[in-house]
Write a protein that binds this ligand. Structure first.
Ligand SMILES: [Zn+2]
Length: 270
């Protein structure tokens, strides 16, 4: 009996390591590997945590931006008009795109900002820095450097456009269809696609409760996106497409296998 306990503990420890490794890989791509290096380097927990933190920050902010171009991607270049919704996206390496997309979003954001008093284009998940086909979960297609999610535009109580957004994570607060509008969510859910509105659990909380969806602001942003020649497709829910009176072949339905797009816009290169 005496020998059994350590074996159980050892198995549990290995399982925990695998769990941490998988979680960090799924969320940040490089975190799992760095965790592995830290675990193999020292047994002391404090030293291990410190080593992981230093290595992770060093790799994320100083090494990865220089390595990503070898994989055909680069870090999103932020400007006064183009910003991440939160530091999380940069801390987790979810802010990499192909150079062509980097250029396109920079131009779209400047175009939109110049026409709208400096209101920003805010990005959410883009792609990881390395390896084509490596998925950036929970997204199905953000695996090739050609995709990026953008926040909708909102207005304050004076009907002026604002940079504020309603969700802490950037996802999951929906601009729902009215009773008379087409309800894609209902249709997908009825067909058994339970995940279609899953991001409602990923908001991390609601903020800025006094802001409202801006039909005009979001429409202007979409128009700037559609004017950009390198952009091949844009996803937004059809009730919003109709409400904003957008008619353009680039604007498509992403399918019930994905998630709903009335909390953000998805765009991708041709
Ligand atoms: Zn997307």
């Amino acid at each position: 009996m005496r020998n059994k306990k350590p074996v159980h503990i050892l198995v549990l420890k290995i399982l925990l390591h695998i769990l941490f490794f998988s979680f960090l890989t799924v969320v940040t791509q490089i975190g799992g590997l760095i965790y592995l290096i830290a675990v193999l380097s020292t047994k002391d927990k404090v030293k291990r945590t410190t080593l992981f933190t230093i290595l992770y920050l060093f790799s994320t902010f100083l090494i990865t931006p220089y390595l990503a171009p070898f994989f055909g991607r680069e870090k999103i270049k932020e400007t006064n008009f183009l910003k991440a919704h939160s530091f999380f996206y940069k801390l987790t390496n979810r802010n990499y795109v192909k150079p062509k997309l980097n250029k396109a979003i920079s131009q779209i954001a400047a175009d939109f900002g110049n026409k709208n008093n400096g209101i920003r284009m805010v990005y959410l998940d883009a792609n990881f820095p390395f390896i084509d086909k490596f998925p950036l979960l929970p997204h199905l297609s953000h695996n090739d450097g050609k995709k990026i999610d953008i926040s909708l535009i909102y207005e304050n109580t004076n009907k002026q456009l604002t940079n504020k957004k309603p969700s802490i994570s950037g996802y999951g607060i929906y601009e729902e269809p009215t009773r008379n509008e087409y309800n894609q969510n209902k249709i997908c859910k009825k067909q058994g696609y339970w995940q279609y509105d899953f991001p409602k659990y990923l908001t991390l909380g609601t903020i800025n409760k006094n802001i409202k969806f801006s039909k005009k602001g979001t429409r202007d942003l979409i128009k700037c996106i559609l004017r950009e020649k390198s952009i091949g497709k844009l996803f937004i829910e059809s009730h919003l497409k109709k409400r904003m009176n957008i008619v353009n072949q680039k604007v498509r339905f992403q399918g019930c296998k994905a998630v709903r797009h009335d909390d953000h816009i998805h765009l991708q290169l041709k």
